[in-house]
Design a protein around this ligand. Structure first.
Ligand code: GTP
Ligand code: MG
Length: 407
């Protein structure tokens, strides 16, 4: 029998991460951001082997970080034969070029990394078109030899690499043409979807929103028996799924959609507008939070800011703290605490009091353990009923007139 060889097995791509800290972004926060960037890289199957940070009040214009740090990174990437150097902040085209000249490695920033993940995850024609549009819009102002070169390497947008200004100009034109073509294509898709959407008017809509990887799709599947892809990777979902439910004779629609993240490239928010309509046009939002994540409060802030950006901040919200099982386990793991249940309950009460507000109900659940799901269902149903009777004050349910499946 022929011996199996692994000569052709693809090499595991590796990366180092780079970020700066300063007065407005203390080192601890930078470290947390890098952990998230690490997770993003892993989602693209890139193994991160070191994090570099530098304290810098202001980024260096030409190379983002200082020359000493750059030298330290160069030595490391040469010795360890690292493929990628990934920066937590956006870089300008000339910064990429200068850093590349120094390090002779592929350079990425957070936005492009997120765009690549979206590109990999997009399944529908609409999502694929939206990502391609966002990527082209992101790259256009940075179009230099370096970026086109990078794009060609990854089999990207099909722009040409070239030596002089002339070639860059041609590339710009090609990208601009592609952008307007993609915009037209999206308009066409939106038009087709409009007919489908029209049948939904007059029915209460609940939108599930939240940071990425908090359990939105898991919750959607639990509430609707839908079959939405859920995984412990960032951006498992990059499109939207809508299902109709009838609870206590009241029909309503519930949707699961793309998650948010810190510094979501605004081109993505822009081109995903129609996907995000499921959130911005919803009557009620389920804002799902991963309570077991150390940075969950900052994540709530990011989600709230993004909701403002897509004009979805003025709705009744049900704040769903998910993964209480994991949160509870973390407390149990801390052996120095004796009365763990008491500590857990105290923390929950504290959070409930902190987040309870005029516009939000607060529920603590575990979607995977199915804890407190009945409580969540009753909170959702109350809100849906309130809204439903605003729309139909004289509504009497007749099962014979149940809506046909609308989606
Ligand atoms: N421990 C625990 N894990 C959970 C819970 N709910 C979801 N998860 C896990 O969290 C991970 C992410 O879940 P998803 O449902 O894909 O999260 P999402 O918010 O839809 O993520 P994106 O689509 O990537 O934005 C999966 O591995 C789930 O199994 C929970 O209540 N407890
Ligand atoms: Mg999801």
């Amino acid at each position: 029998m022929k011996q199996k060889t692994y000569d052709t097995a693809p090499k595991q791509e590796t990366a180092v991460l780079v970020a700066v800290s300063n007065k407005s972004q203390p080192e601890q926060v930078t470290k947390e951001y890098l952990l998230e960037l690490d997770f993003l890289a892993r989602t693209l199957n890139i193994k991160v082997i070191k994090h570099f940070t530098q304290r810098l009040e202001r980024p260096v214009h030409a190379t983002y970080i200082g020359s000493g740090k750059l030298d330290e990174i160069r030595q490391f990437v040469e010795t360890e034969d690292v493929d990628w150097v990934i920066f937590d902040d956006d870089l300008s085209g000339s910064q990429v070029r200068n850093i590349n000249t120094e390090l002779k490695r592929n350079i990425l920033d957070r936005s492009l990394l997120i765009l690549y993940i979206f590109e990999q995850r997009a399944k529908t024609v609409q999502a694929k078109t939206q990502v391609e549009l966002a990527k082209n819009q992101y790259l256009l102002p940075k179009l230099t030899n370096m970026w086109t070169h990078l794009e060609r390497q990854r089999g990207g947008t099909g722009t040409r690499g070239g030596a002089g200004e002339k070639e860059i100009e041609t590339d710009r034109r090609v990208v601009k043409d592609r952008i307007s073509l993609l915009k037209d294509k999206l308009k066409e898709i939106d038009k087709q979807n409009l007919t489908q959407k029209k049948t939904r008017t007059g029915i209460v809509r609940v939108g599930i929103a939240g940071y990425t990887n908090v359990g939105k799709s898991t919750l959607m599947n639990l509430l609707t028996k839908a079959d939405v892809f859920a995984e412990d990777k960032l951006f498992a979902t990059v499109d939207s799924t809508v299902r109709k439910l009838v609870w206590d004779t009241i029909p309503f629609l519930i949707s699961d959609t793309v998650g948010f993240i810190r510094k979501l490239p605004h081109q993505l928010v822009e081109s995903f507008k129609s996907t995000l309509d499921e959130v911005s046009e919803a009557d009620i939002l389920l804002h799902v939070v991963d309570i077991s994540h150390a940075g969950f409060e900052a994540q709530i802030e990011v989600v709230n800011k993004t909701l403002v950006e897509i004009k979805a901040n003025d709705k009744p919200v049900i704040l769903v703290f998910n993964k209480i099982d994991n949160y509870q386990n973390q407390i149990f793991d801390n052996l120095e605490i004796e009365n763990t249940t008491e500590v857990f309950n105290e923390k929950i009460t504290y959070l409930k009091n902190t987040y309870i507000g005029k516009k939000s109900d607060v529920v603590f659940i575990s979607a995977t353990e199915r804890s407190n799901i009945e409580e969540l269902r009753s909170v959702i149903l109350n809100k849906v009923k309130e809204r439903h009777f605003e729309i139909y004050p004289n509504y009497i349910h007749n099962p014979a007139n149940d809506w046909q499946s609308l989606v």
